[in-house]
Design a binder for this molecule. Structure first.
Ligand code: ADP
Length: 268
């Protein structure tokens, strides 16, 4: 926007000089817009579970509630608190990663044992069956265990959420061209063609009638992408609408064997 303020032209004579400074604010304005959008979505997303928690707590404090209902209300409060807590974690994680504040030191990591632990947690709690197919030996990559754990949690959680009618999820680790690839495959709703380009965008959610009731913030996959790429890996997916999706994360294989060149075996 350019505006020139000259109230009274008589204040100037022909010897006066003017300096015009033009600044392109397109990027600044776009960043501001994204930030405002972020704040408004965040506040809405945080208020919804909080309102529900406050509502039920108030009922429990003010009224006599029969035990069965009381339990139901407490379960809702519990569920909503968990949701609130994971929302806050997601927002902060993304914010920290984007501002470059969340640094990590890559270390050799066995993808198989990380995936084993994550799948064991899901096997205990999930409505879905998780079938694992892992190599016999360790699968070393270089990365950060907490980040890999979160990536797998996000992908498995989506696989569960978006396959309401199919209860099987396959978790597979395979080797390909010096890489370890981990697949999370479900047999659920699948992803419509016209959503595929935007799937990893922040706050993007597929707006189909088949999933309007399924809760979410549209941050899960943005976090996955940011984390995986931050560790030098790649995330891709394949999907057939109505048949299911497979999300694949690949990391360069790291061979601790190469370190053993330095090991000298001393025999008596
Ligand atoms: P959220 O699940 O909170 O909406 P995500 O960023 O994790 O956000 O996912 C973005 C969108 O991608 C979701 O709204 C969902 O429609 C779609 N999606 C993600 N994973 C799957 C999956 N395994 N199957 C079908 N759709 C998926």
């Amino acid at each position: 926007h350019f505006e020139l303020y000259m109230n009274n032209l008589n204040d100037f004579d022909e010897n006066d000089q003017f300096l015009f400074v033009f600044r392109d604010r397109t990027e600044e304005a776009a960043a501001e817009r994204v930030k405002n959008e972020f704040v408004s979505i965040v506040s809405h997303e945080l208020r919804t579970p909080l309102a529900s928690i406050m509502g039920f707590v108030e009922i429990l404090l003010k009224r006599e509630v029969v035990p069965a209902k009381r339990l139901k209300y407490l379960e809702t409060i519990h569920k909503e608190s968990i949701r609130l807590s994971s929302l806050i974690t997601d927002f902060l994680d993304l914010q920290r990663m984007e501002s470059g504040k969340q640094k990590y030191i890559p270390v050799p990591l066995d993808l198989r044992s990380v995936a084993d632990n994550v799948s064991a947690q899901w096997k205990n709690t999930s409505t879905h069956r998780i079938e694992t197919e892992f190599p016999e030996t360790s699968c070393y990559i270089k990365g950060d265990a907490d980040r890999v754990i979160q990536v797998l949690h996000n992908l498995i959680s989506n696989a569960v959420k978006y396959s309401p009618g199919a209860d099987l999820i396959n978790l597979r680790i395979r080797a390909e061209a010096e890489q370890w690839i981990i697949d999370v495959q479900d047999y659920g709703l699948g992803i419509p063609e016209d959503s595929r380009d935007q799937l990893f965008n922040k706050f993007y959610r597929v707006d189909n009638s088949d999933r309007r009731q399924i809760g979410g913030t549209g941050l899960g996959l943005a976090i996955v992408k940011e984390m995986v790429e931050g560790m030098g890996g790649k995330v891709t997916f394949q999907s057939v609408l109505g048949k299911g999706s497979t999300f694949s994360v690949s990391f360069k294989a790291f061979s601790p064997i190469s370190l053993s060149h330095k090991i000298v075996v001393v025999e008596d």
